[in-house]
Design a protein around this ligand. Structure first.
Ligand SMILES: C[S@@+](CC[C@H](N)C(=O)[O-])C[C@H]1O[C@@H](n2cnc3c(N)ncnc32)[C@H](O)[C@@H]1O
Length: 393
């Protein structure tokens, strides 16, 4: 008996009716949202003919590219701010400064992606997507993926075909003599967008503080001079702020370490000490309760990660822990199929840093090779975000 035994025969009319209902009232399908999206995407691939499939593939860079144009030229903003109804193509041409004939093509493409809608000939209204793409988080994310990552993705094939070239795909694609983080220092728009994106991208998800009772596990019997929390490569310092918000009576030093140019823009107040530090060199803060690394190890290959760990091991006291906040992907691929986001993220690490996301057995080997013991791995999102608690054996 087939697993679809309750459905005797496919009925395109019913399917079309149901799909229209999804488009009109998506909220009614919220409970099955993910499975519907997964199947709808697969159904698209199964239904497309080769010509259609190829067109989709050939223009696959355009959604990101046109969003970047639309954000930069305030197309979404103009549509959303116009409370009087549709905005004409003429007004958009005036506001954007883009040649009207060119703009016509751009807007036409954007309507095919449901980023905007042509409500009547040459008149446009915003969609759900226009509004989402106006959020600062997604403006920064688009700048990062478009300006920083896209040239790197373009160079992946070169990189894999030339494995002896020491440059990352990022360095090849950007024709940059320096690594990504050094390059950011001379690209302030991209640097600021990247660090804000790092700060905010997971704001809607659970965090490590939901699974680590930091106050009771690591902040007992401290005095004001005890280094309680060292955020290594902490970027804008949002995790220091989150820790202090959750534990306002925490006693001890909270220290944010990063490159000097990044520290200058950090969001932390006086309560957080800022310290310029290169994590490849010996850790100057001795005997901290916790050395915390969020999204640091996935930027580095195993050899560099070992160097980072070795730079920290001499500073560990028996009560110190290394907290690694990164993806821990399962060793077995998920039954429902691979997850697009984490598979894509791994390739992003590859092109930007010649690194990859790690599976649990790879983490165990890495930390074992460094001579450290994994005391716990606590997962806190459905995407494998986890805190690895490691310390001296
Ligand atoms: C992916 S970001 C993560 C930032 C922050 N931990 C977070 O999760 O939002 C990596 C950070 O490592 C910093 N970084 C890169 N190389 C570094 C080095 N050699 N020493 C210290 N920090 C470094 C970058 O400036 C950046 O802030």
């Amino acid at each position: 008996m087939s697993s679809n035994s309750s459905i005797t025969k496919a009925d395109p009319a019913i399917l079309l009716q149901q799909l229209r209902a999804v488009v009109d009232s998506p909220e009614e399908f919220a409970a099955d949202r993910q499975e519907i999206v997964r199947l709808a995407r697969k159904a698209t691939v199964m239904l497309e003919d080769p010509f259609e499939m190829f067109q989709r593939l050939a223009y696959s860079a355009l959604p990101l590219v046109t969003v970047r144009v639309a954000q930069d030229h305030k197309i979404f903003q103009t549509l959303v701010e116009n409370k009087d109804g549709p905005t004409s193509a003429a007004v958009l041409a005036e506001k954007t400064g883009i040649n009207p004939t060119v703009l016509d093509s751009l807007l036409e493409y954007m309507t095919t992606q449901h980023m905007i809608e042509e409500s009547s000939p040459q008149n446009y209204v915003p969609t759900k997507l226009s509004n989402i793409l106006l959020a600062p988080l997604f403006v920064d994310g688009v700048v990062h993926f478009h300006d920083n990552c896209l040239p790197a993705f373009n160079a992946l094939n070169y990189s894999l075909s030339n494995p002896t070239d020491p440059r990352t795909a990022f360095e090849v694609g950007q024709n940059s003599p320096t690594d990504f983080y050094t390059w950011l220092e001379t690209h302030p728009v991209q640097g600021a967008a990247f660090h804000r994106f790092m700060e905010a991208q997971f704001a809607s998800l659970p965090t490590w503080l939901d699974v680590v009772p930091f106050g009771t596990e690591y902040a007992q019997l401290t005095d004001p001079e005890t280094p309680v929390f060292v955020d290594v490569g902490g970027g804008n310092g949002q995790q220091c702020v989150a820790l202090q918000k959750k534990y306002p009576t925490l006693i001890g030093k909270v220290i944010l370490q990063d490159r000097p140019a990044v520290l200058e823009k950090a969001i932390t107040g006086q309560e957080v000490e800022r310290m310029s530090y290169d994590y490849l060199t010996p850790q100057p803060i001795k005997g901290a309760r916790a050395y915390y690394f969020r999204q640091i190890f996935h930027n580095n290959n195993d050899a560099v990660c070992l160097q980072i760990l070795q730079a920290h091991i001499p500073s560990l006291s028996p009560s110190s822990v290394i907290l690694i906040d990164d993806k821990v992907l399962p060793d077995e691929k998920p039954e429902g199929g691979a997850v697009e986001y984490t598979a894509g993220l791994s390739l992003a690490m590859l092109v930007m840093f010649k690194a990859l996301e790690r599976r649990e057995s790879q983490w165990r080997k890495l930390l074992g090779d460094a001579g450290l013991e994994i005391k716990a791995i606590r997962r806190f999102t459905d995407f494998g975000d986890s805190i690895i608690v490691a310390g001296l054996k």
